[in-house]
Design a protein around this ligand. Structure first.
Ligand SMILES: C[S@@+](CC[C@H](N)C(=O)[O-])C[C@H]1O[C@@H](n2cnc3c(N)ncnc32)[C@H](O)[C@@H]1O
Length: 261
């Protein structure tokens, strides 16, 4: 694959769409995506936090702070953090006055790093750590006040299933907030962003985490993720209401919000 191929996602025939899905720019059978994603996060778990700081020059911390403000932590509210990984959103929620929290992720290696961090930060007694597939939630209907998902939805095979499950577990009056990479809305940013994503990130991945492929996947998966309006439409389709979004950093990421009424 050449460098320019990385900038041009492949197109697929309509007939193959049902059984196939994207794994970065590769088109893979749907049942293969989960193990492939699992491998990515098992590989990077130990270096995930340090890589986040390096890749975003620390800016992910600002995005996450704004995201947690959007979630509106309050002591009487219960949070389900989906694809919570090493715990940034769960910890931020608790530190800023949120009520009980479930740190959930499909990947035990990521959760283990999160658990160790929670112990170090003295938060472990306030967190329920659960291995959970966001596409099929083991929680009762109408049991959560807030559901968060930061940089997780992109990695799921059946994103519509995730959104339906989110709505199901939210209480009436509950809110879902999603922080994800999105479509850059400032044209002047695009060339620099492409250079950063496809040239620099994989090299950083190799140097810091000893794994360039996982960071190549990261860059590709961002380009394959639905843009702001498409994701908002998917959330409405899943039954969420008052759906809105706001771009951060010129649309490099967006925060989507929807309510269960
Ligand atoms: C980029 S990390 C985000 C972690 C954390 N939310 C953060 O913002 O730092 C993506 C996470 O999604 C998780 N993930 C992927 N597919 C998932 C699924 N089907 N259900 C739950 N988590 C999933 C991965 O294991 C990984 O920990």
């Amino acid at each position: 694959m050449t460098d320019s191929d990385h900038l041009n996602p492949p197109s697929h025939s309509a007939s193959s769409q049902e059984e196939m899905t994207d794994f970065g720019f590769r088109n893979v059978p749907r049942e293969e995506k989960k193990p492939l994603v699992r491998h990515v996060f098992e590989s990077v778990a130990g270096k995930y936090d340090i890589m986040n700081d390096a890749m975003s020059l620390g800016i992910h911390r600002i995005w996450k702070r704004i995201f947690i403000t959007e979630l509106g932590p309050a002591p009487n509210l219960k949070l389900l953090d989906l694809a919570g990984g090493t715990g940034d959103i769960t910890f931020g929620w608790l530190k800023r006055g949120g009520g009980s929290a479930i740190l959930s992720d499909i990947n035990a290696a990521m959760l283990e790093v999160g658990r160790e961090r929670a112990i170090k930060e003295g938060l472990i007694n306030r967190i329920d750590v659960r291995e959970v597939d966001a596409e099929s939630l083991p929680f009762p209907n109408a049991s959560m006040d807030r559901v968060s998902m930061a940089f997780g939805l992109r990695n799921c095979t059946d994103k519509n299933a995730v959104l339906r499950e989110v709505r199901r577990v939210l209480k009436p009056g509950g809110r879902f907030c999603c922080l994800e990479f999105s479509k850059v809305a400032v044209a002047a940013l695009s060339p620099v962003y492409d250079l950063w994503s496809f040239q620099i990130l994989p090299r950083m991945g190799r140097m810091i985490a000893g794994d360039s492929e996982s960071y190549q996947y990261l860059a590709e998966s961002i380009r394959m993720f639905p843009d702001q309006e498409t994701l908002a439409g998917m959330m409405r389709e899943a039954g969420l209401e008052h759906v809105s979004y706001k771009n951060l950093s010129g649309g490099i990421v967006a925060i989507h919000s929807g309510w269960r009424l």
